[in-house]
Design a protein around this ligand. Structure first.
Ligand code: GTP
Ligand code: MG
Length: 316
């Protein structure tokens, strides 16, 4: 005779599914945290503000829940039409999620930017708000403790309680699982919303463009990161290839805003653009699981961040 011991009957266990969005100032670590929770890169990251330009959904599958993370662009004082659009996207997202995770870096004192966001969050009464202290690997315990107190205080000043205040390090893999454990109980009961195994609902073409942009962002400074946009024009399997040796042709444009930026992106003798191509191609091949031929061209889209027509063309 065999005896089966099961701690819980699956049919009776509660399953939850819902949305949590990460908000915070640019560069607070929202996308890095999203990737760490999902366990795979679904959103690009960079050591520059305003890396994320649209909401990216990352899906965490657990036996007890499906947690859908909505990574949003950093909220900031807009200086361009693009900036305004990004802020609008963030605010629309707040209204739609079950819980809000406000990301505040441990290594930066609370500033007017954080207060501005917190004030706005205070007006969304019905949604629970978790404060997430990011990048804890960069500070000592005293600094962290002070930050936790300051955040608690901030909530009190604005007349609300944080559902939780959680310190995490996405890079150091500290308390990332705990954060998921704290988010899940705040989701409504319900069946999974996405098929098992889906880690994001980003279209492949968009993910490919983002990987190219991430590679192009590396090492550029000042205004240039904001000026870069990438559009994948075409992704087609190369014809006449044997079945065991496929090749995917990808044609993409790297847009900049001014002719003077062209030289920086392309580099001397095209060296920089070539590096961007090699770096992103490796990532794209890993993502799609197929060899890729990547054809990159640089184009000027004059002042696209301020031009409604150009913004539409670039997908904003
Ligand atoms: N040391 C450390 N660095 C981190 C951590 N999380 C993020 N970073 C770094 O912080 C920078 C910004 O990270 P992102 O995840 O792109 O920040 P974001 O909030 O998504 O930024 P936007 O999309 O511009 O709003 C990157 O250089 C990350 O590597 C962390 O836990 N520890
Ligand atoms: Mg981001």
């Amino acid at each position: 005779m065999s005896v089966r011991t099961e701690s819980s009957e699956p049919s009776e266990a509660i399953h939850r599914a819902g949305f949590a969005c990460f908000v915070g100032r640019p560069n607070a670590g929202k996308s890095t945290l999203t990737n760490a929770l999902v366990g795979q890169k679904v959103a690009i990251t960079a050591n520059q503000p305003q890396t994320t330009r649209h909401t990216v959904r990352g899906i965490v599958h657990r036996p007890d829940a499906q947690l859908i993370l909505v990574d949003t662009p950093g909220l900031h004082k807009p200086r361009t039409l693009l900036g305004q659009r990004l802020n609008d996207v963030v605010r629309t997202t707040w209204a739609e999620v079950d819980v809000i995770g406000f990301c505040l870096p441990a290594n930066e004192k609370l500033g007017p930017g954080d207060r501005f966001i917190a004030k706005e969050l205070a007006s969304i009464k019905k949604t629970p708000k978790i404060a997430i202290v990011t990048k804890t690997d960069l500070v000592d315990s005293k600094t962290l403790a002070e930050q936790l107190i300051a955040i608690d205080q901030l909530g009190k000043e604005l007349g609300f309680e944080w559902a939780e205040i959680v310190p995490v390090s996405a890079v150091g893999d500290k308390q990332v699982d705990l954060l998921a454990d704290l988010l899940v109980p705040l989701l409504p009961e319900g069946p999974a919303l996405y098929p098992e195994g889906d880690l994001t609902d980003e279209p492949e073409q968009v993910m490919v463009a983002e990987l190219i942009r991430e590679a192009a962002l590396e090492g550029v400074r000042d205004e240039l990161p904001h000026s870069i946009a990438v559009v994948v024009e075409e992704m087609l399997p190369r014809e006449d290839r044997p079945a065991d040796k496929p090749l995917l042709d990808i044609h993409a444009f790297v847009y900049i805003e001014r002719p003077s930026q062209k030289g920086i992106i392309i580099g001397p003798k095209g060296k920089r653009l070539k590096e961007v191509g090699i770096k992103s191609r490796k990532q794209i091949e890993a993502l799609l699981g197929t060899p890729v031929f990547l054809d990159l061209h640089v184009k000027v889209a004059k002042d696209w961040q301020r031009d409604p027509r150009q913004l539409r063309k670039l997908g904003f």
